[in-house]
Design a binder for this molecule. Structure first.
Ligand code: BGC
Length: 384
């Protein structure tokens, strides 16, 4: 009996000191990484569009080795390499390694979506009693800016370098009056900044010369265990939202904001994405009404237990579309030859509510000449 207790004790001490070693190892790795890694921002060619436009790939690296690759085609976040709890990097976004993949049909991997992200019911809206007709590219509804939205445009490089809060790249795009049916020339810019304290910040700005509607977001699909490594059902999600916008079968809000309490929609405390997904028809594809309104605050936190990676999303937007890659079906082969199956990535698209142009009770998405649209979303990374 006594001998057994002793053996148990010795084993316990061994396990504790081994885990201490592992932790030390990870710290050393992190320190080594710090010594050799420096903030940088570089440009290289990513190829050409079929009509001969040059497309570039920008690489932002920070002092901890986090690396974000962005292209001016669609303002797409092509990859995002982030360390796990042992300091090992993995690319945590789905997408393509080459421009070709983004030129074809794809479900908005990493893209800047606009002029209006998400759906507009019956592909039309009115401003001052003038009706604007948009492309019905999602059944009878309009989705993600239309046939050729901001995700398929070549943006202009405005600035790149290590300045301000970190390694940054600024791109701009002018969406002409009438493009995809929207009124007004809209001058937009997007700045990606990778900071020393492991934040990837996306700032959006826009100005118009005619009353219009704007709703910009980034449509990255995340898998914190590494892109293509499996489904995201084991990730633990917390959403700072007591309500979500109830939708009809075309995913257009009915106007009712329903309480999440006691339903599978409730992520106000950490829950694995997969724990109740079977009770949500089709999987999660819903806009959550953030408790913070339009104040910059923590909107979502995601923890992946095998890697220890944690991503926090802070935004000043009133909503976040939580989408669990329900339409991924294995028909797309992405980076490193990985095949993307159902639920292999999740999106948390910070934005205004769907169909806001037709919902006077929702926070307004109208932009007037002389006003400035300016919003920010921050993705913060650490491990546990
Ligand atoms: C939408 C989904 C859509 C996906 C890809 C998401 O923002 O909510 O319904 O399938 O984008 O287009």
């Amino acid at each position: 009996m006594k001998a057994r207790v002793w053996i148990k004790l010795v084993l316990a001490v061994a396990v504790i000191s081994m885990s201490g070693c592992e932790k030390k190892g990870a710290t050393v790795k992190k320190q080594e990484a710090k010594e050799i890694r420096q903030m940088s921002a570089n440009t290289e060619s990513f190829g050409k569009t079929p009509d001969g436009k040059q497309v570039d790939l920008y690489t932002l690296t920070n002092n901890n080795g986090i690396r974000a690759r962005i292209t001016n085609f669609g303002g797409i976040l092509v990859s995002l390499e982030v360390p796990d709890r042992d300091g090992n990097l993995a690319d945590i976004t789905l997408g393509f390694g080459k421009l070709d993949g983004y030129l074809g049909e794809h479900p908005y991997f990493g893209a800047i979506v606009g002029r209006y992200a998400n759906r507009i019911g019956k592909a039309a809206f009115k401003l001052d009693n003038v009706e604007y007709k948009l492309a019905a590219n999602n059944g009878e509804n309009h989705l993600h800016g239309g046939i050729k939205g901001f995700d398929k445009k070549v943006w202009r490089l405005e600035d790149i370098g290590v300045k301000g809060e970190g390694a940054m790249v600024k791109m701009s795009y002018i969406s002409e009056d009438g493009e995809e049916g929207y009124p007004g020339n809209l001058a937009c810019s997007v700045i990606y900044t990778l900071t020393e304290d492991d934040k990837l910040q996306i700032s959006y700005e826009a100005e118009t010369d005619k009353k219009t509607v704007v709703n910009l977001t980034n449509h990255s699909y995340f898998n914190l265990a590494g892109q293509g490594s499996g489904d995201i059902l084991g990730h633990e999600l917390t959403l700072n939202a007591d309500k979500y916008t109830v939708v009809d079968e075309g995913l257009i809000p009915t106007g009712e904001n329903r309480n999440v309490e006691d339903t599978p929609m409730d992520f106000t405390t950490p829950m694995t994405i997969g724990s109740r997904i079977g009770q949500v028809e089709g999987g999660y594809d819903h806009n959550y009404v953030l408790n913070s309104g339009s104040t910059l605050a923590l909107a979502a936190k995601v923890y992946e237990p095998t890697s220890g990676r944690i991503m926090e999303i802070h935004t000043d937007q009133p909503g976040v579309q939580f989408y669990t890659g329900n339409f991924l079906d294995g028909s797309i082969t992405g980076k490193a030859g990985k095949v993307y199956q159902k639920h292999y990535g999740f999106c948390l698209e910070t934005q205004h509510f769907p169909d806001s142009p037709n919902k006077p009770d929702f926070p307004s998405v109208v932009l007037q000449p002389g006003q400035k649209y300016a919003t920010v979303t921050v993705y913060k990374f650490y491990t546990n």
